[in-house]
Design a protein around this ligand. Sequence first.
Ligand code: ATP
Ligand code: MG
Length: 187
Amino acid sequence: MYTLTPMRAFFAFKPKPEICLNIESWRRLNWPLLARPVPVANYHMTLAFLGDINEPQLEALIDKTSTLELPSFKLTLDTTGFWSKTGILWLGPSTPPAALNQLAQALGSVASSCQLPVARSQFKPHLTLARRVNPPPGAPLQLPEFSCACSSFALFESSQGKHGVSYHTVAEWALHPSAGKRQLNQS
Ligand code: ATP
Ligand code: MG
């Protein structure tokens, strides 16, 4: 028996809390006056956005993702950008590692196989720092240089609440330098 309520879901990578806190301190120093900064607890890099999924799709996504065997990698967040249409100010890698693109592509294929098409050609790795930024922000005084070990990724549920959006980890998987991947937990 399946529950009927769909969940809004996405695959993402979350840097470790101490790195997120360093990013937030740097953001506050360099852009102190943004009206809608993303709370540090919400920092993440989306790997594949799924939209609304139902329970059979969730089960299939978890099963298929658990069979993937992909390597861990180092990610250096060393560039910023601004998308004027949405006012999104972001931090990202100037040179995305091949393994990051490979991971996003693999998750896109998993999604497609669960009847959840993901626009893979548009994958632009970024961590959103603030939304609806207006006027366009200037360049940061201090260039960013945040190194993250990307050794796991997760499937998140996105929920809108009174105090804005929050993300709940539904399942998490480890990436390994050589071995295959194993699922860490599931709730
Ligand atoms: P809010 O929508 O309240 O501003 P949010 O965008 O972080 O917050 P969601 O809309 O649930 O929350 O999105 C979760 C993640 O998926 C975010 O990283 C968001 O940028 C990304 N995302 C949302 N919609 C799409 C889409 N259509 N295509 C690609 N990525 C998306
Ligand atoms: Mg959104």
